[in-house]
Design a protein around this ligand. Structure first.
Ligand code: HEC
Length: 268
């Protein structure tokens, strides 16, 4: 795979464009769209994630090179295409981000709460380690097909829980995911709502996260996306890397099996 060094000059000039646009009050989305026509700025996060992956960090001064994402320690090719999956060492079904969290705690000695607190970065920032790592690791499955299996009982149970959550109405607004995402050509305000009960729609979703989010100027992950929809539904805050989030991702990823992964995606 062709690899590029982290382009500091481009990163700095990107920040400059963003700051100027914000200062002048111009349409930030327009800036994002223009950048997209040239290059997806999310590409910069891949190099950052690669560095973070190999760097010795944390209280244990270790890299993530021994982290097993399901296909063997340090093996990244095709790993995220099979996530979420069951891991015997934790006896849990884990998505990419919860697995990363396990490795950052077990191998590097970081405190779980600290990583979780910073996992979703503020908009306009340079992003979190988690966001960069998740993108780098997923990018190593680019061109491969989503291939989530439900062979283990716990994987099947997670899938069924996700399916239930997707269709069940909840909270003070009595919303279910399917109400916003269960039909073609639906919109809320000006935003198109992706039709996720169609194979094509769900495949588009599962193959494009982590994605560069134009409105936030950072790379966002699936954990963030689900957190944000929970917020829109006025449900209690979705806990980072919680079973609820993993259940929904298991459901969506399995539905999207066969989709060719291509990250970073670009979202408005
Ligand atoms: C009130 C409407 C609403 C509900 C209910 C809702 N969402 Fe969303 N969802 C949105 C909007 C709006 C977007 C973003 C569209 C945009 O930014 O262009 C979105 C985007 C998404 C995406 C990303 C699609 C893409 O672009 O790749 C996923 C995944 C998602 N939602 C999952 C869910 C799940 C799972 C639930 C249930 C827990 C849910 N949503 C409930 C409104 C909703």
């Amino acid at each position: 795979m062709k690899e590029r060094p982290f382009n500091l000059v481009a990163a700095v000039s990107l920040c400059a464009i963003v700051t100027t646009a914000q200062a002048q009050g111009t349409d930030p989305l327009g800036v994002g769209r223009r950048m997209l026509t040239e290059d997806n700025p999310g590409e910069l996060w891949i190099d950052k994630g690669k560095q973070l992956f190999h760097e010795k960090r944390g209280p244990k001064n270790a890299s993530l090179e021994q982290c097993d994402f399901g296909v063997g320690p340090g093996k990244l090719e095709g790993a995220s295409a099979q996530l979420p999956r069951y891991f015997p060492d934790t006896d849990k079904v884990q998505d990419l981000e919860s697995r990363l969290l396990t490795c950052m705690v077990e191998l590097q000695g970081f405190k779980r709460e600290d990583v979780v607190k910073r996992a979703i970065s503020p908009g306009g920032s340079s992003g979190s380690d988690m966001e960069a790592l998740a993108l780098y690791i997923t990018s190593r499955s680019n061109g491969m097909k989503m291939n989530v299996s439900l062979g283990h009982q716990k994987e099947y149970d997670m899938y069924k829980a996700g399916e239930y959550l997707f269709f069940r109405r909840a909270g003070q607004t009595d919303f279910a995911c399917v109400q916003c995402h269960g039909e073609a050509n639906k919109r809320i305000r000006l935003q198109d709502l992706i039709h996720m009960t169609s194979k094509k729609g769900v495949q588009e979703v599962v193959s494009t996260w982590p994605a560069y989010r134009g409105a936030h100027y950072v790379v966002r992950t699936m954990q963030w996306r689900l957190y944000d929809c929970f917020w829109q539904m006025r449900l209690p805050e979705l806990k980072y890397a919680s079973d609820t989030s993993i259940a929904l991702t298991t459901y969506l990823h399995y539905q999207g099996n066969g989709a060719v992964i291509k990250v970073p995606g670009f979202k408005r």
